[in-house]
Design a protein around this ligand. Structure first.
Ligand code: ADP
Ligand code: MG
Ligand code: MG
Ligand code: MG
Length: 416
């Protein structure tokens, strides 16, 4: 495998190509009995489920181009290597929250990993009206643990600098984020598309200097602040859930950046689900209560994040930025609280701003989301998207004034 030239897997060649790997046969049994199905619903890569007599695994392989666009958009296979390196680190920082990796071949850009089941993609679960009682707590703790433990508050200099240098190599995907999030939606870029009903809103957005200044400031923050190792693509399509368990997948966009980026991406996708629901299920009486549940979930994610971050602050602070020597050791608990609160305030402000950007790029940019795309009535869809954009503008521009997540909830309610 490693010695043959790179070649994309196919459902009917997979058993031939991977059948000799003990990492496969030990787990799922002999290749003669494998059943292979391609399930990739993602934008970039091939994903297969391989079921054998003894179990099943997931095989993910990078293609040398972006699947969503085609061969005209070449993309380096190296993203698979960065995904692997990120999965290992994030998995160590919050054990059990990422799929277990069984095998990785850098040359073929193939990862073989735990088949998550009965998990579903969170985005699909939200569109189906499902509730996941443990998810918000698990996600809040995941965010605190990975963001804190990958930062200067936890890592010592040599390892931290080495990781910063390593992930600086993930330039191609990081460059995509820079353009697709922060610039494309705010000008007439050929990759963009939007609902016909939004033409005048889009014209207003492109003329909105305050909004463009906010997008530029947030872009500078994303590019210039290497606070921690981010997942980098933490939307509701990168989370798989079931009643008991929540997992994070698809870390190929991993990059050093500001902590608020992962948090803001996730919250924005929850808030967009809220904006989309009246369009998706206009006649469903249970819909308002379900929207309340999603808003509660967003709130619990943030409050759990802050609680867990506080716990780590008191219990694990060390690393480059130092531990207890400035404050606790000198009986100055208040100094430590002030530094912690400054951190949390900054993370919150960033998260709010990045959420506002995420909303814009999902409605105006290249990569749209099915919550809006599957609203069949065009006018209704444009209405849902418009309200989300109005919220997104306030989040981006007024990120310094929205001090609590309760205020975001009020903002969303006001737009209905
Ligand atoms: P892409 O980078 O192309 O977006 P993803 O890693 O998001 O690829 O995987 C695409 C889809 O494959 C996911 O949306 C999910 O449905 C499925 N998938 C990926 N990894 C797993 C896994 N470990 N277990 C079960 N399903 C998975
Ligand atoms: Mg994906
Ligand atoms: Mg996906
Ligand atoms: Mg991906």
């Amino acid at each position: 495998l490693t010695h043959s030239p790179y070649e994309p897997l196919q459902a009917d060649t997979l058993a031939d190509r991977l059948g000799g790997l003990p990492q496969m046969t030990a787990r799922i049994g002999p290749p003669a009995q494998w059943r292979v199905s391609e399930i990739g619903d993602g934008n970039l890569n091939l994903v297969f489920i391989v079921e054998g007599a003894a179990g099943s695994v997931v095989v993910k392989q990078a293609l040398p181009y972006a699947r969503v666009v085609g061969e005209s958009w070449p993309m380096s296979l190296d993203r698979s290597f960065f995904e692997q390196e990120a999965l290992l680190r994030l998995g160590r920082r919050d054990p059990g929250r990422l799929p277990e990796i069984y095998y990785f071949d850098r040359h073929q850009a193939i990862q073989i990993m735990e088949h998550l089941r009965p998990h579903v993609i969170l985005r699909k679960g939200l569109m189906a009206g499902e509730r996941f009682p443990l998810m918000a707590g698990q996600l809040g703790r995941y965010l605190a643990r990975t963001l804190f433990r990958g930062s200067d508050w936890a890592m010592e200099t040599a390892r931290r600098k080495a990781d910063l240098a390593l992930f600086a190599g993930n330039v191609e995907l990081c460059g995509i984020t820079e353009d697709l999030f922060f610039t494309d939606p705010f000008h007439d870029c050929a990759r963009n598309s939007h609902s016909p009903g939004l033409d005048s809103a889009v014209a207003a957005i492109r003329a909105d200097r305050e909004l463009k200044l906010a997008a530029l400031e947030l872009k500078a923050r994303f590019c210039g602040s290497a606070q921690t190792l981010l997942h980098g693509d933490l939307h509701t399509g990168s989370i798989m859930v079931c009643a008991a368990d929540t997992r994070i997948i698809d870390a190929e966009f991993a990059t050093y950046g500001p902590m608020g980026f992962d948090i803001g991406s996730l919250l924005a996708n929850l808030w967009m689900a809220v904006f989309a629901l009246p369009g998706l299920r206009p006649d469903d009486e249970a819909m308002p209560a379900y929207r309340g549940w999603i808003l509660d979930t967003a709130e619990t994610i943030w409050t759990t994040f802050a609680e867990e971050f506080t716990r780590l602050w008191h219990g694990e602070r060390g690393g480059i930025l130092g531990g207890r020597e400035l404050f606790e050791d000198q009986a100055d608990a208040i100094g430590s609280e002030l530094a912690l609160n400054t951190m949390l305030d900054g993370i919150w402000r960033d998260a709010v701003g990045f959420a506002g950007i995420e909303i814009h790029r999902r409605i105006l940019g290249l990569a749209h989301i099915p919550e809006f795309e599957t609203i069949t009535d065009e006018a209704r869809r444009a209405g849902c998207e418009y309200r989300a954009l109005m919220a997104g503008r306030v989040l981006a521009v007024e990120r310094g004034r929205l001090a609590t997540i309760g205020q975001v909830r009020t903002l969303i309610a006001r737009l209905e």
